[in-house]
Design a protein around this ligand. Structure first.
Ligand SMILES: O=C(O)CCC(=O)C(=O)O
Ligand SMILES: [Fe+2]
Length: 341
């Protein structure tokens, strides 16, 4: 049982000739993957050289091996409580400390003011090449976000004008990038490397180290046939929901991609943002990139979705920046973590 692999290469070359059919196939495959799982792999062989994410992981390794007092100089508490370094177990999900440390970056803002949540400045380690390589990755992932948004829009049957409108909501993405350091999760640890959560933006692109069984995805009952479920070893339940946890092990040349809550609103719940968690039994370094809407974007159910669903009750629209602020300031002030509801 493995999540689908989507080939984005037809969207890297012009919309002509044989490529048209290939584009339609990619869009249909994405639509099916979003309907069924909300999680899939994107094959980036034609887009990213495999050495680039390895370099990022290596730089993260070097940073997280620095003495604690060096890392604390970049503490997010010295910034805007969002940008910067969070110590091991500083983030809490579902009331339990996450067994990871992290370094977070957000889209730079005009007139930064670190007394306002999210509105400070990114802090980069002074390690040679760190800033350049991570900033280059931001550019690559922003481009990927725009590329993948197209087949997603086409998979929903959007018209060319609707596609343009959708892209205008993400063309100045208020992105987030994290470098995460996972030490091995001790057997007696009361919690996870990263507790079960949904991502809240549009699309997460996770460059994952090759450790198997670390990232786990919750599939509710009925998503996969029971003949498949009986072959899976992980225990079932999540809160009061019945389902299974499956491993989303890394595949060479692919990023793991999942959809966030903004796609859930755009599709009026047709695509679900899927719960996931991390249980990392070895030491490693991973770099998720969160491709989010523009800060001021109004996110509401799409006309194309209304055509599919008819007159279903509609999810409430949100302005992405307000939604994010509510989440971040409420959670940090209330002692909750960045992923808590
Ligand atoms: O490290 C991973 O495998 C996933 C991390 C994650 O889910 C997140 O940071 O939102
Ligand atoms: Fe996540």
């Amino acid at each position: 049982m493995s999540l689908p692999i989507i080939d984005i290469s037809p969207f890297l070359s012009p919309d002509e000739g044989d490529n048209r059919a290939a584009r339609r196939a990619t869009s249909a495959a994405l639509h099916a993957a979003c309907l069924q799982f909300g999680f899939f792999y994107l094959d980036l062989s034609a887009f990213v050289s495999p050495t680039v994410p390895e370099e990022l992981s290596e730089l993260a390794r070097t940073f997280f091996h620095l003495p604690q007092e060096e890392k604390d100089k970049l503490s997010l508490s010295l910034q805007d409580n969002a940008r910067g370094y969070a110590r091991l177990k500083e983030n809490v999900t579902n009331g339990k400390a996450d067994n990871h440390e992290g370094l977070d970056f957000y889209k730079p803002v005009v007139n930064p003011d670190k007394t306002k949540p999210l509105w400070g400045e990114n802090v980069y380690p002074t390690l040679p090449g760190f800033r350049e390589k991570y900033e280059a990755w931001v550019e690559k992932m922003k481009a990927l976000g725009l590329i993948v948004s197209k087949p997603m829009a086409l998979g929903l049957g959007m018209t060319p004008d609707e596609v343009k409108d959708l892209l205008s909501l993400v063309d100045d993405s208020f992105w987030v990038m994290r470098a995460i350091g996972y030490p091995p999760l001790p057997d007696d640890h009361d919690g996870f490397s990263c507790g079960a959560h949904k991502d809240y933006g549009c699309l997460t692109f996770l460059y994952a180290d090759p450790t198997p069984s670390a990232l786990q995805v919750f599939l509710k009952d009925g998503v996969v046939p029971s003949s498949v479920v009986s072959n899976l070893a992980l225990p079932a339940e999540q809160g009061d929901e019945e389902g299974i946890w499956i491993n989303a092990d890394p595949i060479p040349n692919c990023v793991v991609c999942n959809i966030g809550e903004m796609w859930e609103i755009w599709t009026n719940g047709m695509y679900k943002s899927t719960l996931h968690r991390v249980i990392h039994r070895s030491r490693n370094y991973r770099v998720p990139f969160f491709f989010e809407p523009n800060f001021d974007a109004l996110i509401q159910p799409l006309a194309a979705v209304k055509r599919i669903q008819g007159s279903a009750p509609e999810k409430k629209p949100v302005v992405y920046g307000e939604f994010l602020m509510g989440k971040v300031s409420g959670n940090f002030a209330g002692g909750k973590g960045k992923y808590d509801d």
